[in-house]
Design a binder for this molecule. Structure first.
Ligand code: PLP
Length: 426
C-alpha cells in the first residue's frame, strides 16, 4: 500500500485492509493474549521463527495496523507504537547504544528529551554531546568519538522552533558510519518526510498533531530500512551479532531491512514494556484519518496569526519559520514547502509581566501544557515549564523570559486573532 498511494489516501486507509465480512473500521483488540492450538505453534513464536501475536506487551493487532499506517506515511519499512514520545526517543537510541557508548545530539530539542539524554541516560552509562545544529559540518564532526553510535535532531524544535538541516545532518552521520535519528513530531509526514532527505530512523510524539485532539499520549518509531548495519558491524553488535536472549539469533541476518525495528519490538518491548494501549492506538488512528486536512489548516492559521502579531506595535518579536526574514525561512521552504506547523512563539513589549497579563485575558485560547492539537492554546515557559530558572538561566537555556509559546488550532483564524487583540488591549 505504501508505494502506490498518496499521503491523503494513506491517512484514511493504510494499515487496515479488512477481508470479506470483517469490520470496516479498525477494531480495538482489547486483549492481553492470543490463542493457539498446539504447544509447538506457541513455541515457534517465542523463538521468532513464526510471526504472530502472543502477548500485548510485545505486539497487538490494533497497534500494528496504526504503526503500519505511520510507516507508510513516512515511507519506512516498519514502525512500532510506544506509550509516549519519551519512550519512543529512549528506545530509538537505546536500541543501538549501551553502557560505554556515546551519541551526538542537536541542542535544539524538546526539554523532556534533553533531560532524558542529559541526565537519565547518562546514569545508564550512555554519554551524549550536544552540538549547535547551525554550526558547520566540520565543527559538528568534532563531537564524534570512536564509540559514537548515532546522531539525533528535531525537524522543528519544540519550543525554540529551529529548523534542522536534515541533509547536512545525514551527511555528517553517514560519514561517521552512524544513523541519523530525527524527531519529526511538529511537521508530521504530511509536511516533511525526513527519510527523503537521508534520515534513517524517525521518531514521533503521536500525542501532538498525529492524535491531534489531545486525547491520548503516545509515540512511534519508524525504520527506513536504509541504514546498512552490517557495513559497520563493529559499532552495532546488538544488531549484527547473536542475541543470547533469542537462542543466538542475529537480527540483521534474520530480518534484513527490518532488523532495527524488529529488535526494538522483540527485545526492548519485551524487557521494558511501554507499549501503547490498543484503545489509545484506536484513537490515534482516528486522528491520523484527518491529519492531511488538519495540518494545512494549522499552517494557514499560524501564518495569519504570525503576520498579525508582526504588524502589532505591542509585540516585540515573532518567531515563525513561515515569515520571510525568519532565520529558518529558507530551510523551512526547502524541507517544508507546503507549511511547517501551527506553533509560533512571540514576545510582548514590557516582558514577563505583560506576557502574564495577556495570557490571563485570553478567552477562546486556553492556558495548557499541551501543544499541537485542534484547539488553540498558549504557554509561558518562564512561568510554567521552566519556572524554576532565573532570567539568566532561561536565556542560557535558549528560552527568553518573555517567550510566549502559541499553538494555533484549526478554528477560524479571525476568531483567534480577535481573542489575541482583545487580550492585548485589556
Ligand atoms: C512532546 C514531545 C516529545 C515527548 O512526547 P510525549 O508524548 O509527551 O512523551 C518529544 N519530542 C517532541 C518534539 C515533543 O514535542
Amino acid at each position: 500500500m505504501a508505494k502506490q498511494f498518496k499521503p491523503e489516501t494513506l491517512c484514511v486507509q493504510a494499515g487496515w485492509s479488512p477481508k470479506k465480512g470483517e469490520p470496516r473500521v479498525l477494531p480495538i483488540y482489547q486483549s492481553t493474549t492470543f490463542k493457539y492450538d498446539t504447544s509447538e505453534q506457541m513455541a515457534r513464536l517465542f523463538d521468532l521463527e513464526d510471526s504472530g501475536y502472543f502477548y500485548t506487551r510485545l505486539q497487538n493487532p490494533t497497534n500494528d495496523a496504526v504503526a503500519a499506517k505511520i510507516a507508510a506515511l513516512e515511507g519506512g519499512v516498519g514502525a512500532m507504537l510506544t506509550s509516549s514520545g519519551q519512550a519512543a526517543n529512549f528506545y530509538a537510541v537505546f536500541n543501538i547504544c549501551q553502557a560505554g557508548d556515546h551519541f551526538v545530539c542537536s541542542s535544539a530539542i524538546y526539554g523532556g528529551t534533553f533531560n532524558l539524554f542529559n541526565v537519565t541516560m547518562k546514569k545508564l552509562g550512555i554519554d551524549v554531546t550536544f552540538v549547535n545544529p547551525d554550526d558547520s559540518e566540520e565543527e559538528i564532526a568534532k563531537a564524534f568519538r570512536p564509540n559514537t553510535k548515532a546522531l539525533f535532531g528535531e525537524t522543528i524544535s519544540n519550543p525554540a522552533l529551529e529548523v534542522l538541516d536534515i541533509e547536512k545532518f545525514a551527511r555528517i552521520a553517514h560519514s561517521h558510519g552512524v544513523p541519523l535519528i530525527v524527531d519529526n513530531t511538529f511537521p508530521t509526514p504530511i509536511n516533511c518526510r525526513p527519510f527523503e532527505w537521508g534520515a534513517d530512523i524517525v521518531v514521533h510524539s503521536t500525542t501532538k498533531y498525529m492524535d491531534g485532539h489531545a486525547t491520548s499520549v503516545g509515540g512511534a518509531i519508524v525504520d527506513s530500512g536504509n541504514f546498512d548495519w552490517d557495513a559497520h558491524a563493529e559499532k552495532f553488535p546488538g544488531l549484527c551479532t547473536p542475541d543470547e536472549s533469542y537462542h543466538g539469533l542475529t537480527y540483521t541476518k534474520a530480518f534484513g531491512k527490518m532488523a532495527y525495528i524488529t529488535k526494538a519490538t522483540a527485545q526492548l518491548m519485551r524487557d521494558l514494556g511501554s507499549i501503547q494501549s490498543p484503545m489509545n492506538a484506536f484513537l490515534l488512528n482516528l486522528g491520523l484519518e484527518t491529519l492531511h486536512l488538519r495540518m494545512p489548516q494549522h499552517c494557514k492559521n499560524a501564518q495569519r496569526v504570525a503576520e498579525y502579531l508582526q504588524k502589532n506595535d505591542k509585540v516585540a518579536w515573532v518567531n515563525y519559520c513561515g515569515l520571510p526574514g525568519n532565520k529558518y525561512y529558507e530551510l523551512a521552504q526547502k524541507y517544508m514547502p507546503n507549511g511547517s506547523c501551527g506553533v509560533i512563539s512571540f514576545g510582548l513589549k514590557g516582558g514577563r509581566e505583560v506576557a502574564i497579563r495577556f495570557m490571563d485575558h485570553l478567552k477562546l485560547v486556553a492556558i495548557v501544557t499541551h501543544v499541537a492539537d485542534a484547539r488553540t492554546c498558549v504557554l509561558h515557559p518562564a512561568s510554567h515549564t521552566h519556572r524554576q530558572l532565573t532570567d539568566e538561566q532561561l536565556i542560557e537555556a535558549g528560552v527568553r523570559p518573555d517567550l510566549i509559546r502559541f499553538s494555533v488550532g484549526i478554528e477560524n483564524a479571525e476568531d483567534i486573532i480577535a481573542d489575541i487583540e482583545q487580550a492585548l488591549n485589556a
